[in-house]
Design a protein. Structure first.
Length: 383
């Protein structure tokens, strides 16, 4: 039995945390997990799985460099890292799996436990990011990268941890079009059966590009299409240390909706636990991020047979290279409007694209195969 301590820097639940919960649900019997994170939603969901949860000090930090904020962040990281080291010894963990770069940095600075770091974010080109990457790489035994794009931003070479790419998975039992009603969300929102529905799923933050999705909707309406937009997500990260002012961005989206006269057409759903149903009621998914490290929504949409229009910057370009959708530059609203109009008006092409995406999702992003790759990496570290 291998005892592993999983560490996350935040209690909030976004894409990486959902992947962690998927992992915990599907671990083989010979892995005994304990999870450490600040108290909050993530801890509640871990305990609901019957897994022991240990509270860590709050560690709400940003990787951007600002002298006062960075000093405070380092204190938080050191406290969390020290507590992680004590927790690892207390539970008899064979090693620590830090499930974010921030968690990995805290463990690198203040814990002596053998360390695996899971990188979900693509580090930027700045000095602060390079410093973080060097610390983690020299302290870890292994880095798991959520996509080749993320891996390319990590340092390689002598005395640095090896990097293994383990593309994030999709839970095909949950994201199964045969189990989700295509009409439920439309009926809930009063959207006609024959109207076109485009959808964007993700936390409300500027880099996710929900403003571009609103402009795409406006462009489709101007061209005479009976279209609606579903915006599923909320401003999850809202502290002063967060890179972007996500609350202000949410307010700006409300203003843009009014400016573009999209009342009754743009539907802000907040966080949804029924994302498969939201996708089932959609004709097209948009992923208009400035840059997307992986693209969890991309593979979830593919699994549901929904074609995807996604940013060409980052992970989606590799995911969609064999079909399932198209990639576009995130700073070209006219190109997005044109591509969305073409696909919406061509149901045969949409159907073929959706079928191809579903096949690729089932073959490339199955949860059981991902678990096999992660646990194989554990065996390498243990050896």
């Amino acid at each position: 039995m291998t005892r592993i301590l999983y560490v996350n820097h935040t209690a909030r639940v976004s894409g990486a945390e959902r992947t962690l919960l998927d992992l915990l649900r599907a671990l083989p019997a010979d892995v005994s997990p304990v999870v450490a994170s600040p108290e909050g939603r993530l801890g509640d969901e871990v305990r609901a799985l019957g897994i022991e949860h240990l509270p860590l000090p709050e560690c709400d930090v940003s990787l951007k460099f600002e002298p006062r904020a960075t000093s405070h962040a380092l204190v938080q990281l050191l406290r969390a890292g020290s507590e992680t080291g004590r927790a690892a010894r207390r539970v008899g963990a064979r090693f620590v799996h830090a499930f974010s770069i921030r968690a990995g940095l805290g463990c690198s600075l203040a814990s002596d436990a053998p360390l695996v770091v899971h990188a979900h974010d693509a580090l930027g080109p700045g000095a602060a990011s390079r410093g973080v990457a060097e610390v983690i790489s020299r302290r870890s035994r292994l880095i798991l990268a959520a996509s080749p794009f993320v891996a390319d931003r990590l340092p390689r070479g002598k005395r640095r941890a090896p990097v293994t790419v383990v593309d994030n998975p999709v839970d095909l039992d949950s994201f199964d079009p045969a189990r989700a009603s295509a009409s439920a969300v439309r009926e809930e929102l009063g959207i006609p059966r024959d109207a076109y529905v485009i959808t964007v799923v993700g936390q409300i933050t500027p880099w996710k590009g929900q403003d571009l999705a609103l402009r795409v909707l406006a462009g489709l309406l101007e061209r005479g299409l009976d279209a609606h937009l579903l915006v599923a997500g909320a401003a999850v990260f809202t502290s002063k240390l967060t890179r972007h002012d996500n609350v202000a961005y949410h307010d700006s989206l409300m203003e843009l909706q009014q400016t573009l006269r999209l009342a009754g057409r743009a539907h802000f759903l907040g966080e949804r636990e029924d994302v498969p149903a939201v996708l089932a009621g959609s004709d097209l998914t948009l992923v208009p991020s400035w840059e997307e490290p992986f693209g969890r929504t991309v593979v979830e949409s593919m699994a549901m047979g929904v074609p995807v229009l996604a940013t060409m910057r980052g992970g989606p370009a590799l995911i969609l290279r064999d079909g399932g959708g198209l990639t576009l530059p995130p700073d070209d609203p006219a190109g997005w409007i044109q591509a969305a109009e073409r696909l919406l008006l061509d149901p045969a092409e949409r159907a073929a694209m959706g079928e191809r995406g579903a096949l690729l999702a089932r073959n490339r992003f199955r949860l059981d195969r991902w678990i096999e790759r992660v646990t194989a990496a554990y065996s390498e570290v243990a050896a």
